[in-house]
Write a protein that binds this ligand. Structure first.
Ligand code: C5P
Length: 234
């Protein structure tokens, strides 16, 4: 059941339960959703996910599954049983892996997570593709993988705010775009390079914004979250 309309997904990039709960106790499930990534999941396991869901939050399980079809399908079924709201897999796992997950989810009656695909990691540059024998220009490769994700029944992709317009144009407005690399106008860029403000990303067509440090390191995370909600709904 949908608990909130907020487009904000707060990235919990800490690996310590106390730190996470100190933050989430200041946030409200009506104002944001939460993202649990590998570091937090490896340190705190399913317990933290269950706790956050119990506290009323929608949880994006950001474990970027990439393995043989059977293994990834079982992992995605486990994520559904856990009650995740969104889960992601790597497009580079290939058509059969993606279809296997989509088919398994199609057989589920009732609530199931949104299936989101990672095209290419944004940490990868053209040389990284060349190193693994891919000579297609990076942008073209990312679009090819996004098209594969759509074709195999994924609900959407993770993409930068700069890619949203062309993805929506080529793959349709219903294909979800989940966008990290968000900074408020007065934030430091930290290690992110191709950033956008929340308003810019939403205007470009992003459906969900993954926001970490702009909220998690704020003096008043809830207030920042609320301000972003207001800004992107203007
Ligand atoms: O703190 P910041 O807003 O940069 O955090 C962004 C979050 O989005 C982190 O959890 C990071 O791992 C994730 N992410 C990203 N770029 C991608 C995919 C995910 O920054 N392409």
């Amino acid at each position: 059941m949908q608990k909130t309309d907020s487009k904000i997904i707060v990235a919990l990039d800490m690996a310590n339960e106390t730190e996470v709960l100190t933050l989430t106790e200041q946030l409200n499930p009506q104002q944001c959703r939460l993202k649990v990534g590998k570091a937090l999941f490896v340190s705190c396991g399913t317990q933290i996910v269950k706790r956050l869901i119990k506290d009323g939050f929608d949880v994006f399980l950001d474990l970027k599954f990439h393995d043989i079809p059977n293994t990834v399908t079982n992992a995605c079924l486990a994520a559904q049983a856990l009650g995740a709201w969104m889960v992601n897999v790597h497009c580079l796992g290939g058509r059969r892996m993606l279809e296997s997950v989509a088919n398994a989810y199609a057989n589920i009656q009732g609530d199931k997570p949104l299936l989101i695909a990672v095209t290419l990691l944004t940490s990868m540059q053209q040389q990284d593709l060349t190193d693994i024998g891919i000579n297609t220009p990076l942008g073209e490769q990312a679009m090819l993988l996004a098209a594969l994700a759509k074709d195999t029944g994924m609900d959407g992709v993770v993409c930068s705010g700069h890619e949203v317009t062309s993805i929506k144009q080529q793959l349709g407005s219903n294909f979800l775009c989940v966008t990290p690399g968000i900074r408020l106008p007065d934030n430091s860029h930290d290690d992110q390079r191709r950033i956008m403000t929340p308003q810019q990303a939403i205007r470009a067509g992003s459906d969900y914004l993954v926001i970490g440090r702009a909220i998690t390191t704020a003096n008043n995370p809830s207030m920042v979250c609320e301000k972003i909600n207001v800004d992107i709904n203007k």
